[in-house]
Design a binder for this molecule. Structure first.
Ligand code: SAH
Length: 343
Protein backbone atom coordinates (compact mmCIF):
# COMPACT_ATOMS: atom_id res chain seq x y z
CA UNK A 1 0.00 0.00 0.00
CA UNK A 2 1.56 3.23 -1.21
CA UNK A 3 0.56 5.67 1.49
CA UNK A 4 0.44 3.32 4.52
CA UNK A 5 2.75 5.42 6.67
CA UNK A 6 0.80 8.57 5.90
CA UNK A 7 -2.45 6.93 7.00
CA UNK A 8 -0.92 5.34 10.10
CA UNK A 9 0.30 8.72 11.29
CA UNK A 10 -3.09 10.38 11.06
CA UNK A 11 -5.10 11.33 14.10
CA UNK A 12 -8.53 10.81 12.59
CA UNK A 13 -9.55 8.28 9.99
CA UNK A 14 -12.16 8.08 7.24
CA UNK A 15 -14.23 4.92 6.78
CA UNK A 16 -12.23 4.22 3.61
CA UNK A 17 -8.93 4.47 5.44
CA UNK A 18 -10.17 2.14 8.18
CA UNK A 19 -11.24 -0.37 5.53
CA UNK A 20 -7.84 -0.15 3.81
CA UNK A 21 -6.05 -0.80 7.11
CA UNK A 22 -8.32 -3.75 7.96
CA UNK A 23 -7.51 -5.28 4.56
CA UNK A 24 -3.72 -5.23 5.01
CA UNK A 25 -2.32 -8.62 4.14
CA UNK A 26 1.45 -8.30 3.44
CA UNK A 27 3.67 -9.40 6.32
CA UNK A 28 5.68 -6.16 6.51
CA UNK A 29 2.58 -3.99 6.24
CA UNK A 30 0.88 -5.90 9.04
CA UNK A 31 4.05 -5.51 11.08
CA UNK A 32 3.84 -1.73 10.57
CA UNK A 33 0.23 -1.79 11.68
CA UNK A 34 1.05 -3.75 14.87
CA UNK A 35 4.02 -1.46 15.58
CA UNK A 36 1.78 1.59 15.39
CA UNK A 37 -0.83 -0.10 17.63
CA UNK A 38 1.85 -1.01 20.17
CA UNK A 39 3.25 2.52 20.07
CA UNK A 40 -0.19 3.93 20.88
CA UNK A 41 -0.83 1.33 23.61
CA UNK A 42 2.50 2.28 25.18
CA UNK A 43 1.74 5.99 24.91
CA UNK A 44 -1.32 5.56 27.14
CA UNK A 45 -0.55 2.50 29.25
CA UNK A 46 3.26 2.26 29.28
CA UNK A 47 4.38 -1.36 29.30
CA UNK A 48 1.58 -2.42 31.64
CA UNK A 49 -1.57 -4.42 31.08
CA UNK A 50 -4.54 -4.92 33.42
CA UNK A 51 -6.01 -8.18 34.64
CA UNK A 52 -9.75 -8.57 35.19
CA UNK A 53 -10.97 -11.71 36.99
CA UNK A 54 -14.21 -13.14 35.58
CA UNK A 55 -16.89 -15.03 37.51
CA UNK A 56 -19.45 -16.64 35.20
CA UNK A 57 -22.10 -17.14 37.85
CA UNK A 58 -25.11 -18.36 35.83
CA UNK A 59 -25.56 -19.91 32.39
CA UNK A 60 -29.34 -19.54 32.34
CA UNK A 61 -30.33 -17.21 29.51
CA UNK A 62 -33.60 -15.86 28.15
CA UNK A 63 -31.97 -14.85 24.86
CA UNK A 64 -31.37 -17.08 21.87
CA UNK A 65 -28.32 -15.63 20.11
CA UNK A 66 -27.59 -18.05 17.28
CA UNK A 67 -23.81 -18.03 17.90
CA UNK A 68 -23.90 -18.66 21.63
CA UNK A 69 -23.61 -22.09 23.24
CA UNK A 70 -25.72 -21.14 26.28
CA UNK A 71 -28.63 -19.79 24.22
CA UNK A 72 -32.04 -20.52 25.64
CA UNK A 73 -32.98 -23.23 23.15
CA UNK A 74 -29.81 -25.29 23.62
CA UNK A 75 -31.31 -28.18 25.58
CA UNK A 76 -27.98 -29.97 25.87
CA UNK A 77 -26.53 -27.46 28.31
CA UNK A 78 -26.51 -28.39 31.97
CA UNK A 79 -27.73 -25.17 33.60
CA UNK A 80 -26.29 -23.82 36.85
CA UNK A 81 -26.53 -20.83 39.14
CA UNK A 82 -23.90 -20.07 41.75
CA UNK A 83 -25.15 -19.03 45.20
CA UNK A 84 -24.33 -15.64 46.62
CA UNK A 85 -21.93 -17.34 49.04
CA UNK A 86 -20.11 -19.12 46.22
CA UNK A 87 -19.83 -15.88 44.25
CA UNK A 88 -18.36 -14.10 47.27
CA UNK A 89 -15.82 -16.88 47.81
CA UNK A 90 -14.64 -16.57 44.22
CA UNK A 91 -14.55 -12.78 44.56
CA UNK A 92 -12.24 -13.27 47.55
CA UNK A 93 -9.92 -15.51 45.54
CA UNK A 94 -9.73 -12.88 42.80
CA UNK A 95 -8.86 -10.20 45.34
CA UNK A 96 -6.26 -12.48 46.94
CA UNK A 97 -4.70 -13.07 43.53
CA UNK A 98 -4.14 -9.28 43.46
CA UNK A 99 -6.49 -8.82 40.54
CA UNK A 100 -8.18 -5.46 41.00
CA UNK A 101 -11.30 -5.87 38.88
CA UNK A 102 -14.04 -8.43 39.36
CA UNK A 103 -16.23 -9.09 36.33
CA UNK A 104 -19.62 -10.63 37.10
CA UNK A 105 -20.90 -12.28 33.93
CA UNK A 106 -23.94 -14.44 33.18
CA UNK A 107 -26.60 -15.21 30.62
CA UNK A 108 -29.62 -12.96 30.81
CA UNK A 109 -30.97 -14.61 33.93
CA UNK A 110 -33.92 -12.78 35.49
CA UNK A 111 -33.94 -15.26 38.36
CA UNK A 112 -31.35 -12.89 39.83
CA UNK A 113 -33.56 -9.93 40.72
CA UNK A 114 -32.03 -6.47 40.69
CA UNK A 115 -31.91 -6.61 44.49
CA UNK A 116 -29.99 -9.91 44.44
CA UNK A 117 -27.31 -8.43 42.19
CA UNK A 118 -27.32 -5.26 44.30
CA UNK A 119 -26.61 -7.31 47.42
CA UNK A 120 -23.70 -9.08 45.74
CA UNK A 121 -22.24 -5.74 44.56
CA UNK A 122 -22.62 -4.16 48.01
CA UNK A 123 -21.06 -7.16 49.73
CA UNK A 124 -18.06 -7.32 47.36
CA UNK A 125 -17.50 -3.56 47.61
CA UNK A 126 -17.62 -3.65 51.43
CA UNK A 127 -15.12 -6.51 51.68
CA UNK A 128 -12.62 -5.85 48.91
CA UNK A 129 -10.97 -2.84 47.37
CA UNK A 130 -11.81 -3.71 43.76
CA UNK A 131 -13.63 -2.35 40.75
CA UNK A 132 -16.76 -4.22 39.67
CA UNK A 133 -17.69 -4.79 36.05
CA UNK A 134 -21.13 -6.19 35.22
CA UNK A 135 -21.81 -8.23 32.07
CA UNK A 136 -25.37 -9.40 32.53
CA UNK A 137 -26.96 -8.46 29.21
CA UNK A 138 -29.91 -6.11 28.78
CA UNK A 139 -31.89 -5.32 31.92
CA UNK A 140 -34.47 -2.63 32.76
CA UNK A 141 -32.93 0.83 33.24
CA UNK A 142 -34.05 0.82 36.89
CA UNK A 143 -31.78 -2.20 37.48
CA UNK A 144 -28.79 -0.31 36.09
CA UNK A 145 -29.66 2.68 38.32
CA UNK A 146 -29.69 0.56 41.46
CA UNK A 147 -26.46 -1.27 40.62
CA UNK A 148 -24.67 1.97 39.85
CA UNK A 149 -25.87 3.37 43.19
CA UNK A 150 -24.48 0.30 44.97
CA UNK A 151 -21.06 1.08 43.51
CA UNK A 152 -20.74 -1.05 40.36
CA UNK A 153 -18.18 0.74 38.18
CA UNK A 154 -18.40 -0.68 34.68
CA UNK A 155 -20.79 -2.43 32.33
CA UNK A 156 -19.95 -4.62 29.33
CA UNK A 157 -22.63 -4.91 26.67
CA UNK A 158 -21.29 -5.72 23.23
CA UNK A 159 -23.28 -4.50 20.23
CA UNK A 160 -21.93 -7.66 18.48
CA UNK A 161 -22.39 -6.23 14.95
CA UNK A 162 -23.24 -2.80 13.57
CA UNK A 163 -24.82 -4.41 10.49
CA UNK A 164 -28.49 -4.26 11.45
CA UNK A 165 -29.49 -7.02 8.98
CA UNK A 166 -26.98 -9.45 10.48
CA UNK A 167 -27.94 -8.26 13.97
CA UNK A 168 -31.56 -9.28 13.27
CA UNK A 169 -30.55 -12.66 11.86
CA UNK A 170 -28.52 -13.66 14.91
CA UNK A 171 -30.66 -12.11 17.69
CA UNK A 172 -34.23 -13.41 17.44
CA UNK A 173 -35.54 -11.42 20.41
CA UNK A 174 -33.35 -8.32 20.41
CA UNK A 175 -33.15 -5.05 18.54
CA UNK A 176 -30.03 -3.22 17.58
CA UNK A 177 -31.55 0.18 18.47
CA UNK A 178 -32.27 -1.07 22.00
CA UNK A 179 -28.71 -2.23 22.49
CA UNK A 180 -27.45 1.23 21.54
CA UNK A 181 -30.04 2.92 23.78
CA UNK A 182 -28.87 0.75 26.70
CA UNK A 183 -25.22 1.58 26.05
CA UNK A 184 -26.02 5.30 26.00
CA UNK A 185 -28.11 5.06 29.15
CA UNK A 186 -25.41 3.15 31.02
CA UNK A 187 -22.89 5.81 30.08
CA UNK A 188 -25.27 8.63 31.08
CA UNK A 189 -25.55 7.31 34.66
CA UNK A 190 -21.81 7.11 35.11
CA UNK A 191 -20.86 3.56 34.20
CA UNK A 192 -17.62 3.04 32.33
CA UNK A 193 -19.03 1.22 29.33
CA UNK A 194 -17.70 -1.52 27.08
CA UNK A 195 -18.94 -2.62 23.69
CA UNK A 196 -17.48 -4.49 20.73
CA UNK A 197 -18.17 -7.09 18.09
CA UNK A 198 -17.64 -10.68 17.01
CA UNK A 199 -15.35 -11.09 13.98
CA UNK A 200 -16.36 -13.91 11.64
CA UNK A 201 -20.16 -13.82 11.78
CA UNK A 202 -21.92 -15.25 8.71
CA UNK A 203 -22.20 -12.69 5.88
CA UNK A 204 -20.10 -10.11 7.76
CA UNK A 205 -17.85 -7.98 5.53
CA UNK A 206 -14.72 -5.92 6.22
CA UNK A 207 -16.94 -2.85 5.75
CA UNK A 208 -19.16 -4.09 8.60
CA UNK A 209 -16.13 -4.40 10.85
CA UNK A 210 -15.06 -0.86 9.94
CA UNK A 211 -18.57 0.25 10.98
CA UNK A 212 -18.15 -1.56 14.32
CA UNK A 213 -14.99 0.42 15.04
CA UNK A 214 -16.62 3.69 13.91
CA UNK A 215 -19.66 3.00 16.12
CA UNK A 216 -17.44 2.38 19.17
CA UNK A 217 -15.66 5.64 18.39
CA UNK A 218 -18.95 7.54 18.15
CA UNK A 219 -20.22 6.04 21.40
CA UNK A 220 -16.87 6.96 22.96
CA UNK A 221 -16.83 3.68 24.88
CA UNK A 222 -14.28 3.10 27.62
CA UNK A 223 -13.64 -0.55 26.72
CA UNK A 224 -13.91 -2.43 23.43
CA UNK A 225 -13.81 -6.18 22.96
CA UNK A 226 -13.35 -7.79 19.57
CA UNK A 227 -13.57 -11.56 19.72
CA UNK A 228 -13.26 -14.09 16.95
CA UNK A 229 -16.38 -16.14 16.29
CA UNK A 230 -15.82 -19.66 17.62
CA UNK A 231 -18.52 -22.16 16.73
CA UNK A 232 -20.48 -23.70 19.56
CA UNK A 233 -22.04 -27.18 19.55
CA UNK A 234 -25.80 -27.50 19.20
CA UNK A 235 -26.31 -23.99 17.90
CA UNK A 236 -27.55 -22.87 14.46
CA UNK A 237 -23.99 -21.71 13.66
CA UNK A 238 -22.31 -24.96 14.78
CA UNK A 239 -21.02 -25.65 11.25
CA UNK A 240 -19.74 -22.16 10.50
CA UNK A 241 -15.95 -21.69 10.22
CA UNK A 242 -14.24 -19.91 13.10
CA UNK A 243 -13.23 -16.26 12.74
CA UNK A 244 -10.00 -15.49 10.89
CA UNK A 245 -7.00 -14.83 13.16
CA UNK A 246 -5.31 -12.31 10.86
CA UNK A 247 -8.48 -10.28 10.38
CA UNK A 248 -9.19 -10.33 14.12
CA UNK A 249 -5.69 -9.05 14.93
CA UNK A 250 -5.95 -6.39 12.22
CA UNK A 251 -9.27 -5.35 13.77
CA UNK A 252 -7.73 -5.02 17.23
CA UNK A 253 -4.76 -3.06 15.90
CA UNK A 254 -6.91 -0.69 13.85
CA UNK A 255 -9.24 -0.24 16.83
CA UNK A 256 -6.25 0.70 19.01
CA UNK A 257 -5.09 3.23 16.43
CA UNK A 258 -8.55 4.75 15.96
CA UNK A 259 -9.86 4.54 19.55
CA UNK A 260 -6.52 5.43 21.18
CA UNK A 261 -6.93 5.10 24.97
CA UNK A 262 -9.85 2.63 25.22
CA UNK A 263 -9.21 -0.56 27.16
CA UNK A 264 -9.00 -3.46 24.71
CA UNK A 265 -8.87 -7.06 25.97
CA UNK A 266 -6.96 -9.90 24.42
CA UNK A 267 -9.92 -12.28 24.79
CA UNK A 268 -10.08 -15.94 25.80
CA UNK A 269 -11.85 -16.56 22.47
CA UNK A 270 -8.61 -15.39 20.84
CA UNK A 271 -6.62 -17.69 23.13
CA UNK A 272 -8.93 -20.51 22.03
CA UNK A 273 -8.38 -19.73 18.34
CA UNK A 274 -4.59 -19.69 18.66
CA UNK A 275 -2.23 -21.17 21.23
CA UNK A 276 -0.33 -17.88 21.48
CA UNK A 277 -3.46 -15.80 21.02
CA UNK A 278 -3.09 -13.86 24.27
CA UNK A 279 0.36 -12.49 23.38
CA UNK A 280 -0.60 -11.92 19.76
CA UNK A 281 -3.49 -9.78 20.97
CA UNK A 282 -1.19 -7.69 23.15
CA UNK A 283 1.24 -7.27 20.25
CA UNK A 284 -1.72 -6.06 18.16
CA UNK A 285 -2.51 -3.37 20.74
CA UNK A 286 -4.62 -4.98 23.50
CA UNK A 287 -3.94 -3.96 27.11
CA UNK A 288 -6.25 -6.19 29.16
CA UNK A 289 -6.41 -9.91 29.93
CA UNK A 290 -9.42 -11.50 31.63
CA UNK A 291 -8.54 -14.76 33.41
CA UNK A 292 -11.51 -16.95 34.29
CA UNK A 293 -12.08 -17.68 37.98
CA UNK A 294 -15.32 -19.62 37.55
CA UNK A 295 -15.04 -22.79 39.68
CA UNK A 296 -14.18 -25.93 37.68
CA UNK A 297 -17.46 -27.52 38.64
CA UNK A 298 -19.34 -24.93 36.58
CA UNK A 299 -16.79 -23.81 34.03
CA UNK A 300 -17.43 -26.58 31.53
CA UNK A 301 -21.10 -25.59 31.43
CA UNK A 302 -20.40 -21.94 30.59
CA UNK A 303 -19.74 -23.14 27.08
CA UNK A 304 -20.51 -20.05 25.02
CA UNK A 305 -18.20 -21.59 22.41
CA UNK A 306 -16.33 -24.85 21.90
CA UNK A 307 -12.98 -25.76 23.48
CA UNK A 308 -12.81 -22.74 25.67
CA UNK A 309 -9.18 -22.66 26.65
CA UNK A 310 -8.08 -23.17 30.24
CA UNK A 311 -11.17 -25.15 31.00
CA UNK A 312 -9.46 -26.88 33.89
CA UNK A 313 -6.40 -24.78 34.70
CA UNK A 314 -6.52 -22.92 37.99
CA UNK A 315 -6.62 -19.13 37.74
CA UNK A 316 -3.29 -18.95 39.60
CA UNK A 317 -1.66 -21.13 36.93
CA UNK A 318 -3.23 -19.03 34.20
CA UNK A 319 -1.98 -15.80 35.76
CA UNK A 320 1.55 -17.16 36.30
CA UNK A 321 1.57 -18.31 32.69
CA UNK A 322 0.38 -14.95 31.48
CA UNK A 323 3.00 -13.09 33.53
CA UNK A 324 5.81 -15.32 32.26
CA UNK A 325 4.75 -15.11 28.64
CA UNK A 326 4.31 -11.34 28.81
CA UNK A 327 7.78 -10.88 30.29
CA UNK A 328 9.14 -12.16 27.00
CA UNK A 329 7.54 -9.25 25.19
CA UNK A 330 8.49 -6.79 27.93
CA UNK A 331 4.95 -6.31 29.25
CA UNK A 332 4.02 -6.40 32.95
CA UNK A 333 0.88 -6.53 35.07
CA UNK A 334 -0.23 -3.18 36.46
CA UNK A 335 -0.91 -2.74 40.18
CA UNK A 336 -3.45 0.00 39.56
CA UNK A 337 -7.21 -0.49 39.44
CA UNK A 338 -7.36 0.18 35.72
CA UNK A 339 -10.27 2.60 35.44
CA UNK A 340 -11.01 4.33 32.16
CA UNK A 341 -8.56 6.91 30.85
CA UNK A 342 -11.39 8.83 29.21
CA UNK A 343 -12.54 12.07 30.78
N1 SAH B 1 -25.30 -12.24 28.53
C1 SAH B 1 -24.26 -11.23 28.49
C2 SAH B 1 -22.87 -11.86 28.40
C3 SAH B 1 -22.68 -12.62 27.12
S1 SAH B 1 -21.21 -13.59 26.98
C4 SAH B 1 -24.54 -10.29 27.34
O1 SAH B 1 -25.41 -10.59 26.52
O2 SAH B 1 -23.92 -9.25 27.26
C5 SAH B 1 -20.03 -12.36 26.53
C6 SAH B 1 -19.69 -12.27 25.05
O3 SAH B 1 -19.27 -13.52 24.54
C7 SAH B 1 -20.80 -11.87 24.12
O4 SAH B 1 -21.04 -10.50 24.16
C8 SAH B 1 -20.31 -12.35 22.77
O5 SAH B 1 -19.65 -11.30 22.06
C9 SAH B 1 -19.28 -13.42 23.13
N2 SAH B 1 -19.64 -14.71 22.51
C10 SAH B 1 -20.72 -15.47 22.76
N3 SAH B 1 -20.73 -16.56 21.97
C11 SAH B 1 -19.61 -16.48 21.20
C12 SAH B 1 -19.05 -17.31 20.18
N4 SAH B 1 -19.64 -18.43 19.81
N5 SAH B 1 -17.88 -16.92 19.63
C13 SAH B 1 -17.29 -15.77 20.02
N6 SAH B 1 -17.76 -14.96 20.97
C14 SAH B 1 -18.92 -15.31 21.55
Amino acid sequence: MKNLDVILNKDEFTRDEIIQLLKLDEVDEIQNLYNKATQIREKYFGNEIHLRGIIEFSNYCRQDCTYCGIRKSNEFVERYRMTKQEILEVAKSIYEAEVNTIVLQSGEDLHFKKEDIAEIITEIKSQFDVAITLSLGERPFADYDLWRKCGADRYLLKHETANTEIYKQIHPYQQFENKIAHLKYLKSIGFQVGSGNIVGLPNQTIEDIADDIILCNQLDVDMVSFSPFIHAENTPLANQPNGNLKLLLNTMAVARIVLKNSHIPSTSALATLDEKGREKGIIAGANVIMPCFTPNLYRKNYSIYENKRCISESPQTIIENIINRLKNINVFVSKSIGHTLKG
